[in-house]
Design a binder for this molecule. Structure first.
Ligand SMILES: Cc1cc2nc3c(=O)[nH]c(=O)nc-3n(C[C@H](O)[C@H](O)[C@H](O)COP(=O)(O)OP(=O)(O)OC[C@H]3O[C@@H](n4cnc5c(N)ncnc54)[C@H](O)[C@@H]3O)c2cc1C
Length: 422
């Protein structure tokens, strides 16, 4: 262990994963984590099951105070970083100053709340942090109706969670297809039916026009569908209409930024002592919204930090340099009793003009089962599995390995157990 100090801005998913990858034998004398949240790291993706009361905050908080002290980590909570002085190698949080040898910016992103009339009211929130869940919890007792805007993964999880807590929930989606980034029209139809059966009032091809306020509280929402307007009474608006990378702290420090803080394949920013990963960073024009690529980034970054900051580090020419690469990842909806997985270019259909494309489908709509495999030149390039997701990881593997599926074509849709090549 040397005498170097690592400072990390943010205590979210990316930051925690880097700490786990570094392990207790990390090369730093001390790690300071500066977090603007009031509680230590929790598993953000489990906020949906937490809202649905399927888990507890304890169960989604992976590490105790002992774990942090064993790893020589000091956590500074409610400590929003306000500036980085790259010349002095310090970070400021109000009047507190933290010196660093290496700095990681892992500030994630924030909910995007569109600027429609009334969206500045107190009861308009995103779904991002424990504070958002606390706001929903506080209001649950006295709420008759909530409107969730945006039916991507997050919006569907928020709507089912709130409806399961006994509040009439309207889910508004601009696109005619629910979860259109993750599902094709057939799968979205199954989802629509399932949500309606659970009592969610689903409005597709519908946009919010105005939030009508009374003393800075929204009391009604006006929706537009097919040129027709309708106004509903509502007590809370939850926007799940996308995210914005928290890149400003890097931008103010003069780091190269565009949509996010730009990094190279070792997660190094335009300043060699500053690293970034997660939803605040940008690599080769890509920004992020799911944890799978962030796990890869954390591994690469931990490796880079060990190479650079270990006392007994190997000469540069003998070091194993790890590089981050883009991959295709599987997306899952986390609503109990509603299994939906998708991967890659699933939204291509039979009429697509691209050469070599073929679609394999299996469906039992009454039982809520639907599988679609998109093939190109006998290789899987896209998958949707609804209801029966037992083989989606296998399909993902075949896709990643670019396996020629010709020998198992006839049994492929039935899954691995039926396919000899499994
Ligand atoms: C409800 C929900 C469900 C999700 N479900 C899934 C899922 O099923 N699968 C999946 O892959 N992904 C899911 N995601 C997305 C996933 O959570 C994110 O991709 C992941 O959290 C990004 O990690 P991050 O560390 O970059 O950002 P975050 O986890 O957001 O962490 C960033 C941290 O930095 C803090 N911060 C920001 N600015 C400052 C500052 N100036 N000073 C100090 N601290 C600061 C933030 O408050 C936050 O604590 C879900 C997200 C939500 C909200």
């Amino acid at each position: 262990m040397g005498n170097k100090i690592l400072v990390i801005i943010g205590n979210g998913m990316a930051s925690n994963r880097v700490l786990e990858e570094l392990g207790p034998e990390h090369p730093f004398a001390q790690i300071d984590i500066l977090s603007d949240e009031a509680i230590t790291h929790y598993n953000r993706i489990m906020l949906s099951p937490l809202l649905a009361k399927e888990t507890t905050l304890d169960a989604i908080t992976p590490h105790s105070g002992d774990w942090y002290s064993q790893h020589r980590i000091n956590i500074h909570l409610s400590c929003p970083v306000t500036g980085i002085d790259r010349k002095e190698k310090t970070v400021s949080c109000g009047d507190k100053i933290f010196a660093y040898d290496a700095l990681i910016i892992a500030t994630g992103s924030r909910s995007f709340i569109p600027n429609i009339p009334g969206s500045d009211a107190d009861n308009v929130i995103g779904f991002r942090t424990m504070t958002d869940v606390d706001v929903m919890e506080e209001r649950l007792q006295n709420m008759q109706h909530v409107t969730v805007i945006g039916a991507g993964l997050l919006g569907v999880e928020a709507a089912t969670g709130l409806q399961s807590r006994g509040v009439q929930t309207t889910l508004v989606h601009r696109n005619p297809v629910l979860m259109n980034r993750q599902l094709d029209a057939m799968a979205a139809g199954i989802l629509n039916t399932e949500l309606a059966q659970r009592g969610v009032d689903v409005r597709t091809a519908t946009s919010p026009v105005e939030l009508i306020k009374d003393s800075n509280q929204v009391t009604q929402i006006t929706l537009e569908h097919d040129g027709q307007r309708q106004t509903l009474d509502t007590d809370l608006i939850v926007f799940a209409t996308g995210i914005l990378p928290n890149k400003e702290i890097g931008e103010q420090a003069g780091l190269l930024c565009s949509r996010g803080i730009q990094v190279n394949a070792q997660m190094v920013t335009s300043d060699p002592a500053i690293f970034s990963l997660g939803e605040c960073c940008e690599f080769e024009g890509n920004t992020y919204g799911l944890v799978a690529p962030i796990w890869d980034q954390a591994k690469v970054l931990a490796n880079e930090l060990k190479n650079r900051y270990s006392d007994e580090s190997l000469p540069a020419d003998l070091q194993q340099v790890a590089s981050y690469e883009e991959k295709t990842h599987l997306t899952k909806l986390k609503v109990s009793g509603l299994d939906m997985h998708s991967i890659g270019r699933f939204d291509i259909d039979e009429f697509d003009a691209e050469e070599g494309i073929e679609i394999l489908r299996l469906s039992d709509i009454d039982d809520g089962i639907y599988k679609k495999l998109v093939l190109k030149n006998n290789r899987i390039i896209g998958v949707v599995c609804v209801g029966d997701v037992a083989d989606s990881f296998w399909y993902h593997q075949l896709m990643t390995e670019q396996t020629d599926i010709t020998p198992i074509r006839t049994t492929l849709l039935l899954g691995k157990a039926w396919s000899k090549a499994g």
